[in-house]
Design a protein around this ligand. Structure first.
Ligand SMILES: *[C@@H]1O[C@H](CO)[C@@H](O)[C@H](O)[C@H]1NC(C)=O
Ligand SMILES: *[C@@H]1O[C@H](CO)[C@@H](O)[C@H](O)[C@H]1NC(C)=O
Ligand SMILES: *[C@@H]1O[C@H](CO)[C@@H](O)[C@H](O)[C@H]1NC(C)=O
Ligand SMILES: *[C@@H]1O[C@H](CO)[C@@H](O)[C@H](O)[C@H]1NC(C)=O
Length: 185
C-alpha cells in the first residue's frame, strides 16, 4: 500500500530537485520560451531539467563551469512570434548578441530595451514590429550593430539617434519612418 505513495514522493522530489538545478539564466530563458509562440517547436530542446541553458538551441554561453553565462541568443529563421521580451532578456547580464532575424516578433520595441546593458549586436530585421523607434536605444553604450530592416516602425527617427556612442552598422530601411537621420548631431 505504501509503494504508490513512495513513488509519488520520489517523483515530486525529483521534480523539485530538477527545477532547482536549472540556473537563474536558464530560468529566465525558460520564461522566454513560455512567452513566445513557437509553431515549429524550435525550442523543444529548451528543457528545464538541464542544469544550464548552454546546450539549448540558439543559446551560446561563455565562461568556465562554475561561472557560465549566456552571451548570445540566435533564434533567426525559426518562426517564433510574440512581443519582444525586454523584461526577460535584459535580465541576462552578459548577453552581447540577440538575433531574431526573420520571425514574427510583433507589437512595439519597448523603451526599456536600454536595460540590456551588455548588448553589442541587435538584429530584429524582417519581423512585425510596429510603433515608434525607441529613443532609448542610443543609451546602450556598447551597441555596434543595429538592424531593424523590414518591420513596420513608424513616425520620426528620434533625435537621440544622433548620439550612439559605438554604433558601426545601422539599418532602418523598409519601415514606415518619416524624416531623415541626422548623422552630424
Ligand atoms: C562570469 O562570467 C562573465 C561572462 O563571461 C564575466 O563577465 C564575469 O566577470 C564572471 N564573473 C566572475 C565572478 O568570474
Ligand atoms: C525565413 O524563415 C523561414 C523559416 O521560418 C524560412 O523558410 C525562410 O527561408 C526564411 N527567409 C529568409 C529570407 O531567410
Ligand atoms: C503577436 O504575436 C502573437 C503570437 O504569434 C499573437 O498571439 C498576437 O495576436 C500578436 N499580436 C498582434 C498585435 O499582432
Ligand atoms: C505593415 O504595413 C503594411 C503597409 O502599411 C501593412 O500592409 C501591414 O499589414 C503592416 N503589418 C503589420 C504587422 O503591422
Amino acid at each position: 500500500m505504501t509503494q504508490p505513495l513512495t513513488i509519488v514522493v520520489c517523483v515530486l522530489l525529483s521534480v523539485v530537485a530538477c527545477v532547482s538545478c536549472l540556473n537563474q539564466e536558464g530560468l529566465y530563458l525558460y520564461q522566454l520560451k513560455l512567452s513566445l509562440d513557437d509553431p515549429d517547436s524550435t525550442l523543444s530542446s529548451w528543457n528545464p531539467r538541464d542544469a544550464t541553458p548552454c546546450n539549448w538551441y540558439g543559446v551560446t554561453c561563455a565562461g568556465d563551469a562554475s561561472n557560465t553565462s549566456v552571451t548570445e541568443l540566435d533564434l533567426s529563421d525559426t518562426n517564433i512570434g510574440g512581443p519582444f521580451p525586454t523584461n526577460i532578456l535584459c535580465r541576462l547580464p552578459n548577453l552581447l548578441s540577440i538575433n531574431f532575424f526573420n520571425n514574427s516578433i510583433n507589437q512595439t520595441l519597448p523603451l526599456d530595451i536600454y536595460l540590456c546593458r551588455s548588448l553589442r549586436h541587435l538584429d530584429l530585421s524582417q519581423n512585425l514590429l510596429t510603433g515608434p523607434l525607441p529613443a532609448t536605444l542610443p543609451l546602450l553604450p556598447n551597441l555596434r550593430y543595429l538592424d531593424l530592416t523590414g518591420n513596420n516602425f513608424s513616425g520620426p527617427i528620434p533625435d537621440s539617434f544622433g548620439t550612439f556612442q559605438n554604433l558601426q552598422v545601422l539599418s532602418l530601411v523598409s519601415n514606415l519612418l518619416e524624416g531623415r537621420y541626422n548623422f552630424d548631431e
